[in-house]
Design a protein around this ligand. Structure first.
Ligand code: IFM
Length: 509
């Protein structure tokens, strides 16, 4: 435990609750997966190993969990990705069974890599078993490709990329290229009958079949992924190119076709420039939020309330969790704008674009998933004067399991996504650390009442220690290395030599 804590601990002075909750989160993450299980064929279960919720299944929550492991125990992140690699053939089968090419990972998976998602779901408000269409969340495959790229960016593990990662990503890209269909009506590609991260919107109102069309998160991430894969393919040296062609049968013509899809995926916008969560979203009815707030104590699970009243969440602009806004969690506002430009949409200033989408969707979100506050807390960092709102969302996220804010779910199992997500907010949003191959860029902005924050991270096989105070921060290098490494604070770039310390004075913490 000493060895684990020395790498994983976060010290927070000035916020006793945050200190306690973050340590609780680290503890549960390490019980779920630590260097002791790096050789065991297991994924990262959404509910840890503390109860039987979701039957131990693995979902897309790895997207929220793996950053903790990338930065503290990269061998665990690798092991979780290897769990996915060993199930690549099952994902290929799943794609084929559904009429697609490439690899389509199941929404929920366990031992053999096949779909485990339940078909009915218990509603404790009504006592009924309702149909559950959540397996339509195909975006889990995007999360896996995204996780591979992030792991490799943080560790420079070229062996993993070469032997396993590239094959998974090319097969996933191929799946998206096959599900995207070009329409003669608008000459654009459409991804139909899927669900986005918002699990309330399972289908169009009154529809028999599950899924909605052109989920903005899915379409933008698909265009982003295809772009990455086109570049990766073109940058491969001959040996790697041959290897990936032998493994997947991919060729120049197929990758050329991906360019057309990347550039022409469809997104619906309204007149105010808000991205539609999916095609037709703006036709849905507005929910009378006040009515439900008055009537029910807790409206986070609006889906269950509406269904119990004989109504349906499909009819309303009501989201369980960040959906269109998820884009700003996985990508920076600049990357979102760039991806949309590539698809032929000009969204103007990226921060204004984020702000108006944030304002629009946050009002229509009930935060029925603990992941929702993580996303909201993390993305507010991009908005000037957003710190207070971010602190509120961060606090809600911290409270999720320690206070069991969903009213009974924690005893069935903790939520690894929110646990790791809150830790990541400290690193990426509060400390504002951006990782590059040869440097860190920092934009620290901690809650005012925090007097000190300290933690360690691994990056590119090196270990660094950070200590933030109100008016200065220090970075200590704890590893032996020769290639120069820099710390960039507000354009002031200093070299951090092996086993050395640099201190920066901060203007506003
Ligand atoms: O993956 C999540 C989903 O986003 C929200 N419902 C619970 C799932 C498992 O944690």
């Amino acid at each position: 435990w000493d060895a684990l804590w020395s790498m994983a601990d976060f010290i927070i002075d000035g916020d006793r609750f945050a200190q306690k909750a973050i340590r609780l989160h680290i503890y549960h993450l390490l019980v779920t997966a630590s260097p002791h299980n790096k050789d065991i064929d297991t994924g990262l279960p959404a509910r840890g190993l503390h109860g039987e919720a979701y039957r131990g299944h693995i979902f897309w929550d790895e997207l929220f969990v793996l950053p903790f492991y990338n930065l503290h125990f990269p061998e665990i992140a690798r092991a979780a990705l290897m769990y996915r690699y060993r199930r690549l053939d099952a994902a290929r089968d799943y794609a084929r069974e559904n009429g697609f090419k490439g690899a389509m990972y199941p929404w929920q998976t366990a031992n053999d890599g096949y779909e485990e998602t339940q078909k009915i779901h218990y509603n404790p408000v009504s006592g009924d078993w309702d149909p559950d269409l959540s397996r339509k969340q195909r975006h889990v495959s995007l999360a896996i490709a995204y996780n591979v790229l992030n792991y490799c960016r943080s560790t420079n593990d070229r062996e993993f990329m070469h032997k396993y990662g590239a094959e998974m990503m090319f097969e996933i890209a191929r799946f998206w290229a096959s599900i995207a269909q070009k329409s003669d009506d608008d000459n654009r590609y459409h991804i139909r009958k899927v669900m986005g991260p918002d699990e309330f919107q399972e289908k169009y109102p009154g529809a028999e079949e599950g899924g909605i069309d052109d989920n903005a998160y899915t379409n933008v991430m698909t265009s982003w992924l295809l772009n990455k894969m086109i570049h990766l393919y073109n940058d491969f040296d001959n040996e790697k190119l041959k290897d990936i062609q032998d493994k997947t049968g991919i060729n120049d013509q197929e990758v050329e076709k991906w360019k057309d899809i990347r550039d022409n995926l469809y997104i619906e916008f309204n007149d105010d420039g808000i991205m539609a969560q999916f095609k037709g979203y703006f036709d849905l009815e507005e929910l009378d939020w006040d009515k439900y707030r008055k009537k029910y104590n807790n409206i986070r699970r609006m889906d269950r309330i509406l269904k119990a009243e004989g109504d349906s969440p499909d009819k309303y602009k009501v989201a369980k969790q960040a959906d269109a806004l998820m884009l700003f969690y996985t990508l920076s506002p600049e990357q979102v704008k760039k991806a949309l430009n590539q698809m032929g949409y000009d969204v103007g200033d990226e921060i204004e674009f984020l702000k108006k989408n944030y304002k629009y969707y946050t009002k229509r979100t009930s935060h029925g998933s603990t992941l929702s506050y993580v996303v909201h807390a993390a993305i507010i960092k991009y908005m000037k004067d957003g710190q207070d709102a971010s602190n509120v969302c961060f606090k809600h996220a911290l409270e999720s399991d320690i206070y069991d804010t969903q009213g009974g779910t924690t005893k069935e199992g903790i939520h690894t996504g929110v646990m790791a997500g809150t830790i990541d907010i400290i690193v990426e949003s509060f400390a504002g650390i951006e990782l590059f191959k040869d440097h860190f860029a920092l934009k620290p902005s901690f809650p005012d009442h925090w007097k000190h924050a300290g933690f360690r991270i691994h990056h590119m096989n090196r270990t660094f220690e950070f200590a933030f105070f109100n008016d200065e921060f220090k970075v200590v290098s704890l590893s032996e290395y020769e290639e120069p490494f820099y710390i960039n604070y507000n354009g002031d770039k200093k070299e951090l030599k092996s086993h050395d310390t640099i201190t920066f004075q901060m203007k506003n913490h």
